[in-house]
Design a protein around this ligand. Sequence first.
Ligand code: NAD
Length: 295
Amino acid sequence: LKSLAKKSSKNAAPVKTAAVIGAGIMGGGIAYQSASRGVPAVMKDINQAALELGMNEASKLLNKQLDRGRIDGIKFGKILASITPSLDYANISRSDVVVEAVVENPKIKAAVLAEVEDQVSENTVIASNTSTIPIGLLAKSLKRPEKFCGMHFFNPVHRMPLVEVIRGEHTSQATIDTVVAYAAQMGKTPVVVNDCPGFFVNRVLFPYFFGFSSLVADGADFVAVDKVMEKTFGWPMGPAYLLDVVGIDTGHHAAQVMEQGFPERMTKTGPDAIDAMYQAERFGQKNGLGFYAYT
Ligand code: NAD
């Protein structure tokens, strides 16, 4: 993997400026990670409160770095100042890479990607942080599909090393090289994967979520399931807590894409805990109430 990043870094010019569309759990994390590794990032959202939350999260993470003596006050200020919150596209035209991280909805993503393409230069690479939606489907809204690919980070962005780089049917090798190099600049471990619903990780993860969800529908106690998976099976967290961290709304939208993408393998056969939580608007940590309550 190191050699993949090295090879692509050789082929691609380093990314100097970036933009992230969406300042939620993922967009905020991506902007912070980029800025903290020396690549200034514009962070655009349609919601002022989301921008403020994104900046607050970045400050919190920087404060932790400061407390641990990893950065000084000057570096703190410099990194924070290199994230530019924005409600419009004014500052993204010269970005080398734009990472789209808005809600997991194919129609909204397609509209946002087309909007972004109209704002940037022909050389800008556009990448989507979609968890599950095929890159080939999103590319249909673009005039330059060769400059587009997937760049799928994991949550929390500052801690999770993996980035899936998804090659769509029309993605050029130069685009892959740029995104692999950018992931490496961000201190991440990129893997290039083929295009399909859920790519690599979520093809593995969603059957697990569906299995968990049907266990709960069959009467299992989700707290007990979490305890077993965490304490005795040895995973860092159980499925209910993980869904709360991911966001039940995002999990629900992604589950729909997986079901449509693999109707024979991933169709649910009965009542479903993820759907029930979504209908009850229990979206997890982001709104304080999911499988668990957060104050
Ligand atoms: P989120 O709900 O926390 O944030 C989404 C943000 O997008 C919100 O701030 C919203 O205001 C903004 N937004 C909506 N429409 C917009 C538009 N037209 N222009 C600009 N901003 C807009 O969601 P999230 O968890 O950050 O997920 C974002 C993307 O990342 C999704 O595609 C999701 O599947 C993917 N993803 C999520 C996780 C996770 O664990 N949450 C992990 C990997 C990938």
